[in-house]
Design a binder for this molecule. Structure first.
Ligand code: SF4
Length: 748
């Protein structure tokens, strides 16, 4: 069935933009309103699956707090403005700052939701290049940067991240991840529950390692508690066991791997018997895990947020993939495989099998000296870069779809720093705890008013596919899409003025792209793309020049955007296929098993092996009805029991004199918050779990429902100077905390 025009009554297809699972939805509309949302049975990728968040897209669209008009702040007073007034204000205030203090006086910060909006993601990159500042920040350094860095060093590109081929696997070891709640992260796998069930029904085993008996652990064949922050010891000990017991089998990859001996040597001290106490997992169990992984014909390891958001995040991320290589499970069906995305995947472009690799540390943050990684500085450096006077001080900030005041350690400090900025602009749909500090807010379209293609997530998908969603509803008259707003900002920072011709700018950028891509064919390609605009034009270009594309007529049977649009349920491009050596972009043309910086990090861990355990440490938690900070204002997701409680093991609660429902003060190196305690024996004793993204209701924010049950901000207790030194990722997991009774209370 063909796609309906935006705004017409009927059933529209729309990929859900609310998490990485990217489920296909059927959105029923009548009279310009959404009447129902359900999973799309004919979606080739998600096959009808959806979670409660998908249905809440209607709430998000209708949320009265969602901004529809540009806002200008004068003092504490907000005023609605026209688009021209807003951009004139930006030009009037931003340009003098750049002229007086240079490009680095402007910082850019982007949050996770941008990854789910094609226009935002593609044009944020253009704005960042045009701004020419070293001060680029993103939620990546609060989340997945360690994995991107380890994979960049091993495979040559930061988006070459192998994912479990779960539909053909017989053994899946999950470490520090909860795909039952998330449906994958850096692994796009809608209906993980169904796929895990199928794995077990065909005789496979699911094993989980986590300090909490998570929803994933509850459906697993085995679960091991692990002391937070000690994954590096577990993983190194498993690698040690493979060498120690003669279990290393590189198989097909033998000719494509460099550094095997260096890894053997580096993990030599990490015998399971030495690290067991630190991990709180018996040495026999560690050895058995390594043996089982080695013995399973089709097995894989998946490590995620818990393995990333700690002091050894990059080293943990590396060791996860080392395990796959050493057991012959990397790039094999049923193992950890590289998706081949139809568009935008750098590991499908240029010469196959070799490349420039990745570089980091090309500059460093001004105050802490934290190295740049992929052009970014750690998010936890943002506040000090604003606060600290001197050349290069940040005086102006553009935030895009983010809320670092809640999502980054040191949020209170960041909020104070934001107040000290000369000028701040936010592209956001909410006046949240961060954007309340802006001087101008430029609202984006509702997801239902915008067309969509997932730019990053097919690069992490359990199966190859190409899917496009047209807008479901017509955008409000006069409201530009975000990509046009980003182009206007770009025009301002380039000195072309707030009233620059956006179309001419976009055409000029495309012409530059084509000159770089295929100078001899730039003219006919431009003509072939005529009739499209903005991100859809870039998408058509990426699809046609991608691995399945028609290459503008050279492969007539290949893909075009027109073909993808003509398939509302998407186009299935088949199961993942072995890609080594073609996928590699390392200078050596091999899998670099022993990147020097990672080898050098193991002694740092070893030196810390005997560090005494704190009596209580904190970890985060993922809930199926939430994703970071921005879904707490949606009635469908906010209703029911409060989800921001602090889970505490009954033994710890008894020791601390706390009862279920008690109010308590949680304190850490970064500060303290009041929490509501919920007793749970799903926690390992000595571990407390509090989800992040809460702490709403701050003065000036406009998210009324979220403010009714604000919850406590986990990040407020965390030390904003604690980072993985390699990736700059914040340490969010395993920090020492104290918990003390406050008296009884009722709500979060
Ligand atoms: S799992 Fe839920 S939130 Fe995520 S894409 Fe699917 S429906 Fe949307």
């Amino acid at each position: 069935m063909a796609n309906l025009p935006p705004g017409s009554d009927g059933t529209h297809d729309r990929i859900c933009p609310l998490c990485e699972a990217c489920c296909g939805l059927k959105v029923q509309t009548e009279g310009g309103r959404v009447t129902a949302i359900r999973g799309a049975d004919d979606d080739v990728f998600s096959k009808g699956y959806l979670c409660p968040k998908g249905v809440a897209l209607k709430d998000l669209h209708e949320d009265p707090d969602r901004l529809r008009t540009p806002q200008i702040r004068r003092g504490a007073q907000w005023f609605e403005a026209t688009w021209d007034e807003a951009f004139d204000e930006i030009e009037r205030r931003l340009v003098p700052i750049l002229q007086a203090h240079g490009r680095d006086a402007l910082a850019l910060s982007v949050g996770n939701p941008a990854a789910h909006k094609m226009g935002l993601l593609l044009y944020f990159a253009r704005l960042a290049r045009a701004a020419g500042t070293k001060n680029i920040f993103s939620a990546s350094t609060l989340d997945q940067m360690p994995k991107q860095l380890s994979c960049g060093w091993m495979f040559g590109h930061w988006l070459s991240i192998p994912v479990p081929d779960i539909e053909r696997s017989d053994f899946l070891l999950v470490i520090g991840a909860n795909p039952m709640a998330s449906n994958g992260s850096l692994w796009t796998v809608p209906d993980f529950r169904g796929k895990a069930r199928a794995l077990r029904e065909r005789g496979g085993r699911l094993v989980v390692i986590d300090p909490r008996r998570t929803e994933t652990a509850a459906v697993a064949d085995a679960h091991h508690f692990i002391r937070p922050g000690s994954d590096v010891f577990l993983l190194a000990a498993m690698v040690h066991t493979l060498f120690d017991e003669g279990l290393v089998r590189l198989g097909r990859l033998s000719a494509h791997v460099a550094g095997l001996d260096a890894v053997r040597e580096a993990v030599a001290p990490f015998a399971p018997e030495h690290v067991a106490a630190r991990c709180a997992i018996a040495a026999t169990a560690i050895r058995q895990l390594a043996r089982e992984l080695a013995a399973t014909p089709r097995g894989c390891v998946y490590g995620r947020i818990g393995t990333c958001t700690q002091a050894y995040g990059t080293t943990c991320s590396w060791l996860v993939d080392v395990l796959s290589v050493l057991t012959g499970h990397l790039d094999e069906p049923g193992g950890a495989m590289f998706p081949k995305a139809a568009a935008f995947a750098a590991n499908t472009l240029g010469p196959a099998g070799v490349g420039r690799g990745v570089a980091t540390g090309r500059h460093a943050s001004r105050v802490s000296g934290a190295p740049e990684v992929y052009g970014e500085l750690p998010m936890t450096c943002l506040a000090e870069e604003i606060e600290t006077p001197g050349p290069g001080q940040i005086r102006a900030l553009i935030t895009v779809a983010g809320n670092p005041v809640l999502s980054s350690p040191g949020g209170e400090r960041l909020a104070r720093a934001l107040e000290g900025l000369d000028f701040m602009i936010s592209l956001d749909i909410y006046r949240n705890e961060t954007t309340r500090h802006a001087h101008v807010i430029l609202p984006g379209l509702s997801a239902l008013e915008d067309s969509h293609y997932d730019v990053p997530f097919p690069q992490f998908s359990y199966r190859n596919h190409a899917r496009f969603s047209p807008a479901v509803l017509a955008p409000p008259a006069g409201q530009p899409p975000e990509w046009q707003n980003l182009l206007r900002l770009m025009a301002i920072v380039k000195g072309q003025g707030a009233r620059a011709d956006v179309q001419a700018l976009d055409d000029a950028l495309l012409a530059d792209d084509l000159r770089r891509l295929a100078p001899e064919r730039a003219e006919p390609m431009t003509q072939a793309l005529a009739g499209r605009n903005g991100p859809e034009r870039l998408l058509d270009l990426a699809l046609r020049t991608g691995p399945y594309g028609d290459d503008f007529g050279r492969r007539p049977e290949g893909l075009t955007l027109e073909q993808v649009q003509a398939a509302p349920g998407g186009i299935d491009l088949g199961p993942l296929q072995p890609r080594i050596p073609e996928v590699l972009r390392t200078p050596s043309g091999r899998v670099e098993l022993a990147p020097p910086a990672l080898l050098a990090d193991l002694p740092r861990a070893w030196a810390e092996l005997e560090a005494p355990a704190a009596p209580l440490v904190v970890i985060g938690r993922r809930d199926v009805r939430s994703n970071n900070s921005w879904m707490h204002n949606l009635p469908l997701l906010a209703k029911g029991p409060f989800r921001g409680t602090a889970l505490v093991h009954p033994d710890d609660a008894a020791r601390l004199g706390l009862a279920d429902g008690a109010r308590a003060r949680l304190a850490g190196a970064g500060g303290s918050v009041e929490v509501t305690v919920a007793l749970s024996d799903t926690l390992m004793p000595g571990v407390l779990s509090l989800p992040h993204g809460w702490g709403h209701g701050l003065p000036g924010a406009q998210m009324a429902l979220a403010a009714e049950r604000p919850g406590a901000n986990l990040n407020a207790v965390l030390d904003d100077s604690a980072r993985d030194p390699l990736s700059g990722n914040a340490v969010l997991s395993g920090a020492a905390v104290t918990l003390a009774p406050l008296g009884t209370g009722l709500t979060g």
